[in-house]
Design a protein. Sequence first.
Length: 247
Amino acid sequence: MKYYEDMLDQKCFSFKEVQRMVGGNRNTTKSLLRQYVQKGYIQQIKKNLYVAVSMESGMPVATRYQIASSITPTSYVSHRSAFEYYGYTNQVSYEMNVSSGTAFADFEYEGIHYDYVASRLPDGIIERQGVRVTDLERTTVDYIGDFDHIGGLEELLRSLEMLSFLSEEKLLRYLELSDKAILYQKAGYILEHFRNSLKLSDHFFDVCCLRKGKSKRYFTRSTNQNNMIYNSRWGLMVPEDLLHISE
């Protein structure tokens, strides 16, 4: 158990990290990992990724969020899973949205499906207690852009209803970095429904309106198209009663 305490401290670790721990010998690393897995000191999450196991509980010591942050050197929790990390969801999901600058194959561990999402921006990522996660504003922008594919509109609306403040300065910075007219359209439209609770000023929506472009687009294709109406302010075909969707 020479290296077990170090592994407990690190919680989740790669093959290369253990290789450095034992002095660089690849064969020694393979032998140590195989031995520790057999003895129940650690578990293999996926190829080249491991987690330490508590001798008291027999359970992995890393949370799903810490595991997500260890999948690649650049991985971090995003989208619906980031809202879940902060406590802004109504129910626990068995899918983890994990963004990363380096692609990885989706995998399942302990009943949780870890779903790769390509990283769009280098900004808006914070780290605490071994977890890398997008801040609330970056989470909001990412989620608005991807809700048709990740999480869904209902889940997004429920999370936004729980928030009491968003920094419009950060929102505008992430929108500018994303540089997509449709994202300004969607963000302006959906956040206007929460402008009072999120404490967003006219300036935020003026900027969104200015940068939304002239194209007419669908806000979502995940709802009944017969219940869509045209919103001329945002140039979007939108649900007839947006907030009713989350009820």
